[in-house]
Design a protein around this ligand. Structure first.
Ligand code: GDP
Length: 195
């Protein structure tokens, strides 16, 4: 069903979000982690992420409908370290509000570059998930950039770091370039939506 995704709207804050019914899975990640490419790959659509990358929309919550009552939300990427403090605070508030208040939110997909996993933002995101009691699935993407062995090691390392986390967590390797890990990611999405 994931290839049926259609753009609904971009919202600067929760007030402009679609009605809070049904179930939503939110995608988060540092900018350049490969979140847009992963969304494209998982939905088999190139238009989706282009929408999220439209200037003016990168700092918004971008909503997509999968089927009636099931949505993806592309959360604004983190990665404007040089942005004015006010902009960072606004970003933080938009994400925190969304995570804390959105009733239909049932899980998070956290996208990380397999070569730079568990950066400060990623830990922050996992803390927010814990606070909101949300399950998370981690995509270690760009796995094609590492050898098979190195990618496997990175996966084991992240799994080890996160063992004992107080929320349901799963981790996998992914490549948008090679389309590796798509079935596993779809199964993880099914699990998040089934909760
Ligand atoms: P976003 O900012 O997190 O949405 O990241 P993008 O999806 O725009 O990807 C950032 C850069 O990484 C782009 O140049 C992509 O082509 C590249 N990229 C994304 N996913 C992959 C992948 O799986 N493999 C490789 N080799 N490059 C990727």
């Amino acid at each position: 069903v994931y290839h049926q995704a259609k753009f609904i709207n971009s919202a600067p804050n929760l007030k402009h979000a679609p009605p809070d019914h049904g179930l939503e899975v939110a995608f988060a990640g540092r900018s350049n982690a490969g979140k847009s490419s992963a969304l494209n790959t998982l939905t088999r659509q190139n238009a989706l992420a282009r929408i999220s990358k439209t200037p003016g929309r990168t700092q918004m919550l971008n909503f997509f409908e999968i089927t009636e009552g099931q949505r993806f939300v592309d959360l604004p990427g983190y990665g404007f370290a040089t942005a004015p403090l006010a902009a960072i605070q606004q970003w933080r508030k938009a994400i925190e509000d969304y995570l804390n208040r959105r009733k239909s939110l049932c899980g998070i997909v956290l996208v990380m570059d397999v070569r730079h996993p568990l950066a400060e933002f990623d830990w922050q995101m996992l803390q927010w998930c814990e606070h909101a009691q949300l399950p998370a699935h981690i995509l270690l993407t760009k796995a094609d950039k590492l050898s098979f062995g190195a990618a496997k090691n990175a996966l084991l390392e992240v799994q080890k770091e996160l063992s004992g986390a107080p929320i349901p967590l799963s981790v996998q390797l992914f490549s948008s370039l090679k389309k590796n890990g798509v079935d596993e990611a779809h199964a993880a999405l099914d699990r998040l939506f089934a909760r």
